[in-house]
Design a protein around this ligand. Structure first.
Ligand code: DX5
Ligand code: ZN
Length: 222
């Protein structure tokens, strides 16, 4: 059976003054989930928006929300994002002290849980929580900004992910975020990536609907 493939436009690169229409457009074009980047100016050198915006987005779309928390003190704020309607939540390995506790908390609320790792973090560091996860988020840029170039060393982590998946006999999805283009999405899909976050490649393109259609066809080729 073919692996499940999910296109997750990141609204970080959307026109925030026109956010509702931007989300409606990608929904209509066939995107599968909406990727929402939460940045706190501490863990990453940028700020975005908080849980009240997640709540508002939830009210205007039928698509699941994939909330990527690039924040310290995630333990303190997690329930705000769960209550706001997040369907998928990823927390950063590098930003959470009691990772096992936080993962179990998110699971107890029936929200899909993932752990995100920075380009410099080995995927093996997730060994002791791997079997608890619904997905792993590989950052293929240093988090904080859209429009950066894909870091090629991320590729070697994909193979290691598959080895871990076999070892722990766990059905878990692999998400990739940062520098995703129509071209590398195709290659990454072949390597077994399931969830593709794309911000600038979609929202900065001339024809967003056409770009989404091309993404869908490129990631579903394998
Ligand atoms: C970066 C964010 C990404 C970002 C990706 O820290 O996590 O989700 O929006 O942007 P692109 O696709 O432009 O690299
Ligand atoms: Zn992200």
């Amino acid at each position: 059976m073919k692996d499940k493939k999910i296109l997750a436009p990141s609204i970080l690169s959307a026109d925030f003054l026109n956010l509702k229409n931007e989300i409606k457009l990608v929904e209509k074009a066939g995107a599968n989930i909406i990727h929402c980047d939460i940045m706190d100016g501490h863990f990453v050198p940028n700020l975005t928006f908080g849980h009240s915006v997640i709540q508002q987005i939830k009210n205007i779309t039928n698509l699941p929300l994939d909330v990527h928390l690039m924040i310290t003190n995630a333990e303190k704020y997690i329930d705000n994002y769960i209550d706001a309607g997040a369907d998928y939540i990823s927390v950063h390995y590098e930003a959470v002290t009691h990772l096992n506790r936080l993962i179990n908390h998110i699971k107890s609320k029936n929200v899909k849980v993932g752990v995100a790792i920075n380009p410099s973090t080995p995927i093996e560091n997730l060994s002791d929580v791997f079997s608890l996860l619904d997905f792993v988020l590989l950052m293929s840029v240093n988090p904080g900004f859209g429009g950066q170039s894909f870091i090629e060393q991320t590729i070697s982590k994909i193979e290691k992910f598959h080895q871990m998946k076999l070892m722990y006999n766990k059905n878990i999805l692999l998400e990739i975020d940062g520098g995703i283009t129509l071209e590398n999405a195709n290659k990454l899909s072949k390597l077994g990536v399931n969830m593709f976050v794309a911000g600038s490649a979609i929202f900065n393109s001339e024809n967003k609907t056409e770009t989404i259609n091309k993404f869908i066809s490129n990631i579903n080729e394998y």
